[in-house]
Design a protein around this ligand. Structure first.
Ligand code: ZN
Length: 429
């Protein structure tokens, strides 16, 4: 056993170092690439984007990438602290020796996860604070007061506890009492929970943080309703959200399925776009539904979690999985919470290297939604809307191509607009 434990410690450490090196390499590529192209607006955008806007986007991108590197280094140190340096082990031993054990095995395990969550949350706070009140503030994006930020923090912690504790308790219970195939049951429970959240998020959770109103502008509403009917959608699923309460960033998104299906526009987006451009952005979002991107995402998530639970089912019964990560398993109590926690900490080290695959799928979906929008509305509207969005969000026009492959869920402006132009030409000929 000791041998496997040492091997696993080695694999874990190697992945931690490799991942950190890869992330630093990618971030420094992005910083260098953006800085090198800061001096001039790319030729394709010379008539539409000012030098000032281009340089603001460069500075914003670089500031975020630099801060991201600090966060990564800190994250790796914290992970090491929790595992090999004994953080989780100490927490676990303290809880095992406490009086909680008198109430069965579930309570000490929930306490372990809650304590871990609390400490991690507190360690993250300085980073969220700095990112919101320094970086976003400096570039004029932050609209939050400290009071609103604090209220958000309290609310999201409570919501997380109310919906998170029952599902975690259910999974721990299944791990302890559903026999050797517990992971299959736990997977079923987790899937049910995810579907529930998909319905609850747009209808119950998001409205706790923002106001959602049906579109009010009559002329725009008539236009948008006509488009939705043309594409076969019920118009009741279109909402405007007061995003300006927190940030000047503009956005639109689609979410949910069945009766909870909806498209959400930020008020910041409506303020910046002409009616034709709003139509084009909406058509893009409807394109995501037409191409069944939500269902595809859900199915791939189901498949990956099944693999994950099966792996956890095996790992949780291997002593080296605990000892290799610096944790002594409990001899008398249950180890399910420990296994779950260690698994969730270790998996990202491996999944990082397949993340380009998922980013690739996401970018493919964006191209499909763009093509749908160009077919349904005036393609020039989508082009100008995208340009405004990239500019208002200070997204760089010159990202590093390798960085894009790894991280970008949306293709860079040049690629999206480049793909649209040929179809525009063929539409007129
Ligand atoms: Zn999209």
């Amino acid at each position: 056993m000791t041998d496997y434990s040492l091997v696993f410690t080695g694999v874990f450490s190697a992945m931690l170092v490799l991942g950190l090196l890869a992330k630093f390499y990618l971030a420094s590529r992005q910083i260098r690439h953006v800085a090198r192209h800061r001096g001039a607006v790319p030729a394709a955008f010379a008539n539409t984007i000012s030098l000032e806007a281009h340089q603001k986007a460069a500075d914003y991108t670089i500031a975020k990438a630099r801060f991201g590197m600090l966060e990564m280094a800190f994250g790796a140190a914290v992970l090491l602290g929790w595992t090999l340096l004994g953080g989780i082990d100490a927490l676990n031993q303290a809880l095992a020796g406490s009086s909680l054990g008198a109430y069965g095995t579930l309570l000490p395990q929930l306490a372990l996860l809650a304590a871990f969550g609390l400490v991690s949350g507190v360690l993250d706070l300085p980073f969220t604070l700095y990112s919101t009140f320094r970086i976003e503030e400096r570039f004029g994006f932050n609209k939050m007061t400290f009071k609103l930020w604090l209220a958000d923090l309290v609310k999201s912690t409570l919501v997380g506890l109310v919906i998170g504790l029952p599902i975690v308790a259910l999974i721990l219970w299944l791990m302890g009492s559903a026999g050797s195939l517990w992971w299959l049951w736990a997977w079923g429970a987790w899937m049910g929970f995810n579907l529930l959240v998909l319905v609850l998020y747009p209808t119950v959770i998001a409205p706790m943080f923002n106001k959602f109103k049906p579109l009010e502008d009559e002329a725009l509403k008539a236009r948008v309703t006509a488009l939705m009917q043309r594409c076969g959608f019920a118009a009741k699923g279109l909402f405007v959200m007061d995003g300006s309460k927190r940030s000047a960033h503009a956005n639109a998104y689609f979410t949910g399925f069945g009766a909870a299906k909806r498209v959400v526009f930020y008020d910041t987006l409506l303020k910046q776009l002409s009616p034709g451009e709003v139509d084009a952005v909406l058509a893009h979002e409807l394109g995501h539904f037409k191409h069944k991107h939500i269902i595809k995402r859900i199915v791939s998530m189901f498949a990956m979690s099944l693999a994950g639970f099966a792996l956890l089912g095996w790992l949780s019964s291997q002593v080296w999985f605990y000892t290799g990560l610096g944790v002594r398993p409990n001899l008398n109590g249950a180890n399910d919470a420990l296994a779950l926690l260690l698994f969730l900490l270790v998996v990202p080290l491996f999944s990082f290297f397949i993340s380009p695959l998922f980013a690739q799928f996401s970018r493919k979906h964006e191209f499909e939604a763009d093509a749908y929008a160009v077919a349904q509305t005036d393609g020039r509207d989508l082009q100008s809307a995208l340009l405004k969005l990239y500019q208002d969000n200070a997204s760089t026009l010159t990202p590093d191509p390798v960085f894009v492959k790894f991280y970008y869920s949306h293709p860079p402006a040049s690629e999206r607009l480049g793909r649209m132009t040929p179809s525009l030409e063929s539409a007129t000929t």
